[in-house]
Write a protein that binds this ligand. Structure first.
Ligand code: ARG
Length: 247
């Protein structure tokens, strides 16, 4: 009995000492980027391929993680201001972002596609060269890339900016825009959910997704890279792909 009491006290003391307590890291997510990250309508809880991946990694690497929904456009500023510690939420590794943050090793590759209404005849070439209204998500790698391309090549399309990919899909359906550029998986997600849209074709080079962290956070960087390595060698990695990515 006495022994038990001593053990309980010891455990309580250890948990209270920072060096023994598990560290909690906050993952900033876009609440509207299915299937990588979203807030589940039924449960109100963060979910998605990236959310479940990081939850698994935390469990197996000995830290705690919470997932905090934030506006995508301000997610890197929030990381630098220490409101969050990482972004594992379908973020493409880009040279511009790498100036401000450090990335984990890439964990997924996706193509960029043009999405159009199901009855549209527009080809990728039409979209680039005609005076169509083209939707993109604000603050994304594809928005920056297509803006730059337009400046260089003088394309005629008019860009429209959205806070999320699903909002761009809504405007495709109600005719406010004629095409949208996004990562292939959110496009597939819209199609899988019965939205009357289709892919008109891919555009540009594929994006690689990585987890963004502050440059001085060496400890977390190591945990995340080792964690992904462990996850990718575990059957759960395939399970996650089946659950969220139809692979
Ligand atoms: N791949 C693009 C980017 O990194 C789109 C990402 C949007 N992801 C998201 N969670 N909103 O900018």
């Amino acid at each position: 009995m006495k022994k038990l009491f001593v053990c309980a006290v010891l455990a309580a003391v250890l948990a209270a000492v920072p060096a023994f307590a598990k560290k909690t890291y906050v993952n900033g997510i876009d609440p509207n980027y299915p299937p990588f990250a979203y807030v589940d309508e039924k449960t109100g809880q963060p979910a998605g391929f990236d959310v479940d991946s990081m939850t698994w990694i935390a469990k197996h690497m000995g830290f705690e993680v919470t997932h905090k929904p934030l506006a995508w456009d301000g997610i890197i500023p929030a990381l630098l201001a220490k409101q969050i510690d990482m972004v594992d939420s379908g973020m493409s590794i880009t040279p511009e972002r790498a100036k401000m943050v450090q990335f984990s090793n890439p964990y997924w590759t996706v193509s960029r596609v043009f999405l159009v209404p199901a009855d549209s005849k527009l080809t990728p070439k039409d979209i680039l060269t005609q005076k169509v209204k083209l939707g993109v998500q604000r603050g994304t790698s594809e928005a920056n890339a297509i803006k730059k391309e337009q400046e260089e090549k003088g394309y005629a399309f008019e860009l429209r900016f959205y806070d999320s990919a699903p909002l761009a899909v809504e405007d495709l359906l109600n005719g406010r825009i004629q095409a949208a550029l996004m990562d292939e998986l959110p496009a597939d997600d819209a199609i899988a959910h019965g939205r009357a849209v289709k892919k008109a074709g891919t555009h540009g080079v594929p994006d690689e997704f990585g987890v963004a962290m502050r440059k001085d956070d060496k400890e977390l960087h190591k945990l995340v890279n080792e964690g992904y390595k462990k996850l990718m060698a575990d059957p759960y990695w395939k399970e996650l792909q089946k659950k969220y990515l139809n692979k």
